[in-house]
Design a protein around this ligand. Structure first.
Ligand code: TYD
Ligand code: MG
Length: 459
């Protein structure tokens, strides 16, 4: 194939250069130029412009009132894996492009192969592997006890040849494992580089939209936590799902980070087993660790990620620091939020931690993004600092404001019911979330308006 015309674009400022160079002339940043394929200009549009707008290109899109747009329901197919369908927003949409990111070895290939197995003959599929040999994929499918008949596999990394095969075999689902191994003949850059990944993903997206094929792209996550290569990949696709979990834990969480067809922050929970991933349809209490007795530095919160309440334990370790600048480490929570909460604890709770190292961890490798975690995090920190366990069988949730107020969070009643259902006896929650009679079932509900009241309630 003739080499296409290419240019080099700065990923920082977007400036175009005809030749590669180490530094962008426009913004002066180093090592940001990446090669792109230049598309030939569409002639008809140029012609319409030259003719003074009159008689614009035939068949060109026109401005349309939304009321005149026929509403067609999205065509969805259930994959047969309930937790995956939930995260996708109720099944797989025809012609959608879904990016699944996660650390190497977390289980992305296993999940997708299992999905193709359960979709089975319902939707013909092709699994393209750029990382493993056909024999390895076959061995994996056998180990997972998948029906082998509906599985079609292609070991190929050149995007042009993959699309050639896809056009002739016409799958309805195409899995690319992984996008970092795919390259196009049009570019000279190495596979895995920003320009190759972007160009390959662009071709696959076009293919998905034109043929109605659902495409899954597997992407590895870098040390910084982004999907290797360009952020731009996340803009091109319809949905971005992250597959997460601690290496030591057997639980895996699939989270929607972006979804054009459903809610984000929806969680799918899986447990790893010999036979692959098993769904955990009722995960509410799996993220609690089993302590023999009361332990200092531990607090249980009820978060609501997606549409289900989850009971999650947060642990804190506060220790005298030998550093001039004590450490603040937050795993599963936002680091900046922890620093802010410690400042509120000092100013409005009268508890200083400026000479202490503070480590906070959410148990089970789960990541909590909502502000309802504020109060339990502070209570865990306080408990570790004082080396005094929180009262037994207690849960907490609530957002902590900068002036020390405890603010309500959505779905308070549902969270309280879930905690009561799991046998908790005491809840420390924002006043607006507390029921009037001060109880939910057998659980006593202590309502607080200020941080100082929450601290008093833990004595
Ligand atoms: P794999 O799916 O290859 O991870 P990724 O594609 O994200 O790199 O899984 C990694 C390893 O873990 C593989 O050797 C299989 C094993 N594994 C299980 O034994 N059971 C499971 O449920 C999963 C998900 C993985
Ligand atoms: Mg893999």
């Amino acid at each position: 194939m003739a080499k296409a015309k290419t240019a080099y674009v700065c990923t920082e400022c977007g400036a175009e250069h005809s030749k590669w160079q180490g530094q962008c002339i426009e913004c002066g940043v180093w090592n940001t130029l990446s090669e792109i394929v230049l598309q030939p200009a569409v002639k008809s549009v140029g012609a319409a412009r030259n003719s003074g707008y009159a008689g614009a290109a035939a068949g060109a899109p026109k401005v349309t009132p939304l009321t005149a747009v026929a509403q067609t329901a999205e065509l969805r197919t259930l994959t047969g894996i309930g937790e995956l369908d939930r995260v996708l927003g109720g099944g797989l949409v025809d012609g959608s492009v879904v990016l699944i990111g996660g650390d190497p070895g977390i289980g992305k290939s296993t999940l997708l192969l299992q999905m193709l197995g359960t979709i089975g003959a319902q939707l013909p599929s092709v699994y393209v592997t750029g990382e493993e040999s056909l024999a390895q994929v076959a061995a994996r499918a056998q180990r997972l006890d998948l029906p082998l008949a509906p599985l079609h596999v292609l070991a190929e990394t050149c995007i042009e040849r993959i699309l050639e095969q896809a056009v002739s075999t016409r799958p309805r689902v195409l899995v690319i494992d992984s996008i970092q191994t795919i390259w196009t003949e049009l570019l000279t850059a190495a596979p895995g580089s920003v320009s190759q990944v972007r160009e390959a993903a662009a071709k696959l997206t076009r293919f998905a939209k034109e043929t109605g094929t659902s495409v899954f792209l597997v992407g590895h996550v870098t040390k910084e936590g982004g999907i290797a290569g360009p952020r731009v990949l996340e803009h091109m696709v319809d949905a971005v799902l992250y597959f997460e979990g601690e290496s030591g834990s057997r639980f895996r969480v699939l989270r929607a980070f972006k979804n054009r067809f459903g809610a984000v922050n929806e969680l799918g929970v899986f447990a790893m087993s010999e036979k692959g991933l098993r769904e955990v349809p009722n995960p509410s209490a799996i993220f609690l660790s089993a302590h023999a007795g009361p332990t200092s530095g531990s607090a249980v919160m009820v978060t609501r990620e997606g549409t289900r309440p989850l009971l999650v334990e947060v642990q804190a370790l506060v220790d005298q620091s030998s550093l001039g600048n004590p450490r603040r480490v937050a795993l599963g929570l936002e680091q900046n939020r922890l620093a802010m909460l410690l400042a509120v604890l000092h100013r409005h709770g009268g508890v200083a931690a400026y000479d202490q190292d503070v480590f906070v961890n959410v148990v089970g490798g789960i990541r909590v993004q909502e502000t309802a975690a504020d109060l339990p995090v502070l209570l865990a920190v306080l408990s570790s600092l004082r080396d005094r366990p929180l009262p037994e069988k207690t849960i907490a949730f609530g957002e902590v404001g900068l002036s020390g107020e405890i603010r309500p969070v959505p779905n308070g009643e549902e969270r309280l019911k879930e905690a009561a259902h799991h046998g908790f006896q005491r809840a420390i929650v924002p006043r607006a979330n507390a029921p009037k009679k001060g109880r939910v079932g057998d659980m006593e509900v202590v309502s607080v308006e200020r941080l100082s009241q929450a601290i008093d309630a833990c004595r």
